[in-house]
Design a protein around this ligand. Sequence first.
Ligand code: PEP
Ligand code: MG
Length: 961
Amino acid sequence: MLELNAQLVHMGQRAADKQAALAMLGAVLEGDGLVAAGYLAGLQAREAQGSTYLGQGIAIPHGTPDTRHLVRHTGVRLMHFPEGVAWGDGQVVYLAIAIAAKSDEHLRLLQLLTRALGDGDMADALRRADSPDAVLRLLGGAPQALLLDAQLVGLDVAAEDFDELTLLAARRLKKAGCVVPGFAAALHDGEALPLGEGLWWLHSDECVVRPGLAFVTPQRELSHAGQPVRGLFCLARQGDAHDAMLARLGDLLVDGRAAELVRATSCRSVLEALGGELPVDWPSLRVPLANPHGLHARPAQVLMLLARDFSGEIRVRIADEGGAPVSIRSLSKLLSLGARRGQVLEFFAEPEIAEDALAAVRRAVEDGLGEAVEPLPEHPEPIAAEAEQGEPAAPRAPEAGSRLQAVAASPGIASGPAYLQVVRRFEFAERGESPEVESQRLDDARQAISAEIDVLVERTRVTAIRDIFVTHQALLEDPELADEVQALLIEGASAEAAWSQVIERAASQQEALRDALLAERAADLRDIGRRVLAYLCGDLGAVVPERPYILVMDEVGPSDVARLDRERVAGILTARGGATSHSAIIARALGIPALVGAGEAVLALAPDTILLLDGDRGELMIAPSAESLAEAERQRARRRRRAEQAEARRHEAALTRDGHAVEVCANLGDTAGTSAALELGAEGVGLLRTEFVFMDNPQAPDQATQESEYRSVIDALGGRPLVVRTLDVGGDKPLPYWPVPEEENPFLGVRGIRLTLQRPQILRTQLRALLVAAAGRPLRIMFPMVGQVDEWRQARDLTLELCAELGGAHEVQLGIMVEVPSAALLAPVLAREVDFFSIGTNDLTQYALAIDRGHPTLSAQADGLHPAVLQLIDMTVRAAHANGKWVGVCGELAADAQAVPLLVGLGVDELSVSARSIPLVKARVREIDLPLARELASAALALGSASEVRESVARALPEVN
Ligand code: PEP
Ligand code: MG
């Protein structure tokens, strides 16, 4: 979605007239590369068709469909004209928002913008705005009007007590989009105020999205604090939006008219009394919108002009969304609907004009509101969710003897018959017996599952698994989820329906946040949701086979894996999922070989098909021959022997057969693992990912907190080398206390050094903490995601400044991570200035091959042994050595047995890997002859694919044992 930010706003502009302003806007759009030459003619033509004045001193100039082909990138630019520009019809524009849009990506922005305009007088405030931020604040922060309409009024609702009545009122506010989960709990904590005559008042400003007032009356009189309860107001409070309504209510009570509210039998009378939005009971018409880009400015304007032909009022809303209809006389309100092609518009017209007006509206909408429209399909394509429920053509099972490549999620070789576990669909009634009965059933189910989890927590010795179950317990007891479920039960839902609906909604909300960690939480939520639902439906699960089998599933929930019997599950194979999912983590922790993301075809495998999976190489064999199975068995034994021997020599140096030393260090994700890494044979730390210090804290950690973390690693290393990477967050890894605008391509957005250079204070504190913690001891610092020479220079200068400022001697080497192809391509320039390079092959591979490193189906192809990646490594090493600098590799590739000889052959000086891989990496180095490795590496550079490279290594240098 398009974002507004300060860089897009040009302040203090002056234009003699509208044409001059358009010329300036056209020039900015063109100068910024959003449009090609000629777009100005489109802006002018559009104004000639009708003014783009939106209201409140704002105009939104944009091109015509004829000039859409001149748009290179969708975007907007804002120009502030403090002296105003006459825009025709007596309108004066203080802010022009020029839009270059290829399709309808800008519609949502317009919708937000026009909603934000509100009803106050913004034009003058805009005129006086003195900075881009002030303009943005006005656009984003205009006070919203209090919502008070029919959906917020509930008369004679069934409630057992005051608490239940409160919940029902909160639920209405939630449904109307005024509040988010947590509001009901906040109300609960507040003290209710009696207004007399049995009316009560409660309010909260917590979890409020927009101000709204709900009013509910109970079916039978209740009592609270010894007083009668006949009606309850719940205010979702935001600013002073409720002032006018409150004054009106006060007058009503003073005039002794409270009984009108208490005894009201229609919403209309309540809304009339309080001055709310009255429901329209005028004749109406429903008509689908076929405009390709929805109800954007031009068709909306046609509708607005049509209203002028009638003396009465015409209103419209989106049929599915309910809500109060808006007047079609207001362009900004029409745009604020954000109506899209295919949505049905519902028009209402005052009875006196209804016949003619609705007929005219129908004609106008069907004729495309001034645009050429393609008719809508008679049977619209099912939306994704429906399509999923249908019976899509099942993919064919892979053939016997075939080999598939999947994502290696947990190492080891496993074989056995396939045992397919497909996600169960539960059948249940939507309506329940009574809120009490359903509530009790749900409590029983939750308690039973909670007890099961307790047993699992007790039984497991693996911390990672225990942590996940502790999360599950917390979700099960989450008061906000409970609040929402309870509200549905009160409305008559069954325990199953209420529970599954709330869980699904919460999981979807988490996913929508586009954060990998929160997406994992969504998987946890669904997992725990399924288990409670299964209990409620009396589904005890399928009978698990007795003999060791390969578990085949679509996607495995963490608890599915953790409940597995390690003795019977030889391996795990999933159709979807990435190597970083919780399930993969658990499989690794349990030592169960696993492949994920093998594709849907594996779900079509016949039960008991023999499978052979290699969790190191990501390979799957379907119905392998007896010979392949025997070979796999031999290999498994060889790997075990190899691991034992490697472990025995873990503290020895890693020297090739001809005596060339390669440093083998550990990658650390926290400081606590330092001594364990040394115990596993680490010669130092090649990559300390410092994100943990920032993620573990609710706010940016101060210098002292960081110092103590860094000091503990330096102390534990006792003089061995330490390479610390400065904070690498942003994009898909946001910090809760450091909001960054949502980006369409976070991996290509503001992350790593780009982000910390934008907040030099954070970088400064981190560098200072590092330098003070080192206290003159040797320290290597590197900067992540460097793609430009200038980024490196800024980061270096900042560090040197701090060294000077702190005084004393600092033994610091400064380097960069080579993760962006441009850094590798510029290595000859950078190598003259840096002290070292550390190649982050995880990111370098994703950027060189344009494959998201966590992609559930493509990441298997993101192989760092692709010759294109090897070329980039080769360029980096050559440039570094030509300038007397050293090079490490700290991506996962450094631990790959087939990659090690090639990296050494390319001249890499240091390999930094996860601690548990250290013994095997050292063992692999000991098998290498440097001249042969060099020959292999240079031959690999001339090959065409990663698999050819892998084959060449497997032929020339098979692993010994
Ligand atoms: C890399 O990209 O290879 C790397 C080591 O950094 P990270 O995995 O932390 O992004
Ligand atoms: Mg990286």
